[in-house]
Design a protein around this ligand. Structure first.
Ligand code: HEC
Length: 132
């Protein structure tokens, strides 16, 4: 009986880890955004696009490496390495592993904003990318 329970828990956790999708990430960021902003009204593709294409005090914007057409491949502004498109409509690998997404949001936001992105900023950017 006990082993039965462990097996079910193991299977359930396997499903949870495997099941990252753009939608599940958006739900997560929406929950965080409500905690961040008591008057949170939902994410905005327009806000995400402006955020993505603007600089935030430094030399780089998100578009510096991902281009201002994120359905196309980008090029790392420092190393010149090719970066596959961010838009899930043309790159189905995008936003399918929360760990990876969070790692790059953390690194890239620090490079561009000199601070981590808020949940609202992440959700806005994802909403923009998912609209393409
Ligand atoms: C200096 C170059 C550079 C800049 C500037 C940059 N990125 Fe990236 N980004 C990368 C690289 C390199 C990767 C990882 C390679 C890959 O996933 O193709 C990446 C990956 C990502 C991912 C991972 C998506 C996934 O789950 O596969 C997201 C999200 C992302 N970037 C968002 C942003 C946002 C938002 C900004 C602006 C705040 C930004 N990036 C600015 C280089 C950059």
């Amino acid at each position: 009986m006990k082993h039965h329970v462990y097996l079910i828990l193991l299977m359930a956790s396997g499903v949870l880890y495997a099941a990252d999708t753009p939608q599940s990430m958006m739900e997560r960021y929406a929950t965080e955004a409500k905690a961040e902003q008591s008057d949170f009204q939902g994410f905005s593709a327009e806000r995400g696009e402006v955020f993505f294409k603007s600089t935030h005090g430094g030399d780089w914007s998100c578009a510096s490496c991902h281009t201002s057409v994120p359905t196309q491949s980008g090029e790392h502004a420092g190393t010149g390495k090719t970066i596959k498109p961010l838009a899930p409509s043309v790159n189905s690998e995008r936003f399918t592993r929360l760990k990876k997404t969070e790692k790059w949001f953390k690194r890239n936001c620090n490079d561009v904003l000199d601070r981590p992105c808020t949940a609202v900023e992440k959700g806005d950017v994802m909403t923009y990318l998912l609209s393409l």
